[in-house]
Each structure stands twice: as structure tokens, then as C-alpha cells.
Design a protein around this ligand. Structure first.
Ligand SMILES: Cc1cc2nc3c(=O)[nH]c(=O)nc-3n(C[C@H](O)[C@H](O)[C@H](O)COP(=O)(O)OP(=O)(O)OC[C@H]3O[C@@H](n4cnc5c(N)ncnc54)[C@H](O)[C@@H]3O)c2cc1C
Length: 322
């Protein structure tokens, strides 16, 4: 229920637009590394100091106007320049919908191509994040076309999709990020049962570790992480063939621990004004993440206001009874 509510909220365009105007609110600042690029670069420097690499997401989705998509492209080109000029250890994650996939496919491709071309000049990798089912095949098509010219581009496979196994085989020669999947998908396309998703996830990870190029295992799940550690040990898989990834603001201790154990580690660092959809999906994933909101909403100040309001309400009821 809660998951559906937050996924629904994440797709609400009015709320997404409103949130852009009001800065980071409701606890989003704990999982979003600021609203501007210098703040994101500072965060990345701090991660790099701990031996952790970063993938930067200049937040944006649900773009239906061409000028918005062009603006997103310009901002991502700024990120490419900033990575290069600041010499930080980072690459870029982006979403096709942010670059105009829902407006016009060719227009989106041109925007993407410009970014991938600029990044390739500085040897910066571009990851095409995967969104919902409707955008899945169009995103693979964009990747196929880009890959004819560039090899600094890869994507994500979401384990909840029935087709994920086929996709991981078809894209084994790409650098892939493997995840469980964050959107709400119908049973027609995706496993709904958590145990089935986890089982499929492990199969995909094992396949790509054994047969693929480079694997990013993006999860906060201890069981999966422990399984991967054991699997690479048993199969003698070199540590430069894979990395762990987690989202900024989640399980910081575990992120530092894995990096200090000598595993390659990348933190996903989102920044920018368009934080609402991203934040709502994080709340959908794990009810405990609501603590992030609660800590912000229920401060001593708001508690006092809520207390006074409750007191006034009770007093009103008592005086009416008299
Ligand atoms: C770097 C990165 C990039 C991603 N990119 C995409 C993408 O492009 N497309 C997409 O659809 N999805 C993406 N996702 C989201 C992903 O699909 C999952 O929705 C998300 O990671 C939640 O699943 P999980 O594997 O972390 O574990 P879950 O299934 O959420 O949790 C499993 C178990 O892990 C433990 N756990 C989880 N979180 C915590 C925590 N914060 N603290 C303590 N224990 C915890 C708990 O024991 C929990 O029961 C990405 C995730 C990451 C980390």
C-alpha cells in the first residue's frame, strides 16, 4: 500500500513541479547532495578521499518541453566539464526521459549523443539509467545506436523484469549496473514477489560476473552483498571486474567498510532541484526511509505547534460539552 502510494506520488507532475520551486525539503537533503554542481563536486571530493568513486545524477525526469530537455543536456555537459576540470573520480548517470525521450526519439538521441561524445573526449563513462517498462526498449535502442560510435556507455538491468535474463545475455559485452528495480510494474512484465526478484537478481549477477565485461552490483542488501563476496572468492573473479554501488545517504558505514576492504565502490550522487520523484521512490523502497521525513517534519518546533493545536482542539471539545 505504502509502496504504491509513494510510487504514485513520484509520478505526480504537479508535485514534481512544485517541489522544484521549494528547494530540498522533507528530509530530501539527506539523500540528495545539494541543489547545485559545486555542492555535488564537494561531496564527490569527500567520497574520493575515502577511496570511493561517484556516479553523478543531475536529477531530472518527466520532461515534456523541448527547452527543458535542452537545458538538462546543457547541465549534464557542465557536469562532464566539472568532472574533467576538477579531476574527480566520477562518471555520469542520466535518464532518457530527462533528455526528451517522451517528446521525440530522434531529439533525445541527439541530446544523448552530444553528451556521450563530450564525455568520451575525457574518458568519462555514461550510464543510461533504466526507468519504467514503457521506456525500457526505447532506452536499449538508444544504447544500441550510441554503441555503434562510442564505447563509454552502458546501462542498467532491472531484475524484476522477466526479460532481464535475455537482456543480460544480449548486453554481456557492456558495462552493466544490475539492480532489483525501483518502479511499479504490472505482473504482465515483472516479478512482483520479492523472493523471485532476489532469485533472479542473483542469477543475473552470477552470469554477468562470469561472462560479462564489468559489473556494478547496486544494492543495499547485505544478503546479496555477502553472496557476491563469497561467489567472487569461489570463482576467482578479479576485483577489477566488478564494483558495489549504493545510493548517497544510505548505509554510509557499509559503503566505507566495503571500500576499506578493498572492493571497488561507487556512490550514486544525485543533485539538483528535480528531487521529488527520486525521493518518493526511495520512500517507496523501504518504509524505514520514512524516518528521513519524520526527522524533518517532527522537529521540536513542529512538535510544539502540533501539541498546541491538539491542546486547543481538546479544550474546544471540553468547553462545547459544558
Ligand atoms: C546505485 C544504484 C543505482 C540504481 N539505479 C536504478 C535504475 O537505474 N533503475 C531502477 O529501476 N532502479 C535503480 N536503483 C534502485 C534499485 O532498483 C532498488 O529499488 C533499490 O536499490 C532497493 O533495493 P535493494 O537492492 O537496495 O534492497 P531492498 O530489496 O530494498 O532491501 C533488501 C534488504 O536490504 C537491507 N537494506 C536495504 N536498505 C537498507 C538501508 N538503507 N539500511 C539498512 N539495511 C537496508 C534490508 O535488510 C532489506 O530488507 C538503483 C539502486 C542503486 C543502489
Amino acid at each position: 500500500m505504502l509502496k504504491e502510494l509513494f510510487i504514485g506520488l513520484s509520478q505526480n507532475q504537479l508535485l514534481n513541479t512544485a517541489a522544484k520551486k521549494y528547494g530540498l525539503k522533507l528530509g530530501a537533503q539527506t539523500v540528495v547532495a545539494g541543489t547545485n554542481l559545486p555542492e555535488a563536486i564537494q561531496t564527490i571530493r569527500e567520497l574520493n578521499a575515502h577511496g570511493i568513486s561517484a556516479t553523478i545524477d543531475n536529477l531530472g525526469e518527466f520532461v515534456f518541453e523541448r527547452d527543458e530537455a535542452v537545458m538538462a543536456k546543457e547541465q549534464i555537459l557542465d557536469v562532464v566539464r566539472a568532472i574533467h576540470e576538477n579531476g574527480v573520480d566520477a562518471h555520469i548517470s542520466l535518464k532518457p526521459s530527462q533528455l526528451g525521450l517522451d517528446i521525440d526519439r530522434e531529439f533525445c538521441y541527439e541530446n544523448l549523443r552530444e553528451i556521450v561524445a563530450a564525455a568520451s573526449e575525457h574518458d568519462i563513462f555514461i550510464n543510461i539509467d533504466m526507468e519504467d517498462h514503457a521506456r525500457l526498449q526505447p532506452s536499449f535502442d538508444l544504447l544500441d545506436e550510441l554503441h555503434k560510435e562510442y564505447d563509454n556507455v552502458g546501462t542498467v538491468i532491472q531484475a524484476y523484469f522477466y526479460r532481464a535474463e535475455e537482456d543480460v545475455r544480449a548486453y554481456k559485452d557492456f558495462r552493466l549496473r544490475l539492480v532489483k528495480g525501483a518502479y511499479k510494474e504490472p505482473a504482465e512484465y515483472a516479478y512482483i514477489d520479492k523472493a523471485e526478484i532476489d532469485r533472479n537478481y542473483i542469477e543475473l549477477i552470477e552470469y554477468h560476473l562470469l561472462n560479462g565485461k564489468f559489473t556494478s552490483i547496486a544494492t543495499h542488501d547485505d544478503k546479496i552483498i555477502d553472496h557476491v563476496k563469497q561467489f567472487v572468492e569461489e570463482h576467482n573473479i578479479s576485483r577489477d571486474k566488478f564494483e558495489f554501488q549504493m545510493l548517497y545517504g544510505f548505509r554510509r558505514d557499509l559503503q566505507l567498510q566495503l571500500a576499506s576492504e578493498g572492493y571497488n565502490f561507487t556512490t550514486y550522487v544525485p543533485f539538483g532541484n528535480d528531487w521529488f520523484g527520486y525521493f518518493m521512490r526511495r520512500l517507496a523502497e523501504r518504509p524505514q526511509n520514512l524516518n528521513l521525513v519524520a526527522k524533518q517534519v517532527f522537529t521540536p518546533k513542529t512538535n510544539a505547534v502540533i501539541g498546541l493545536a491538539a491542546g486547543a482542539f481538546l479544550l474546544g471539545r471540553l468547553t462545547k460539552r459544558k
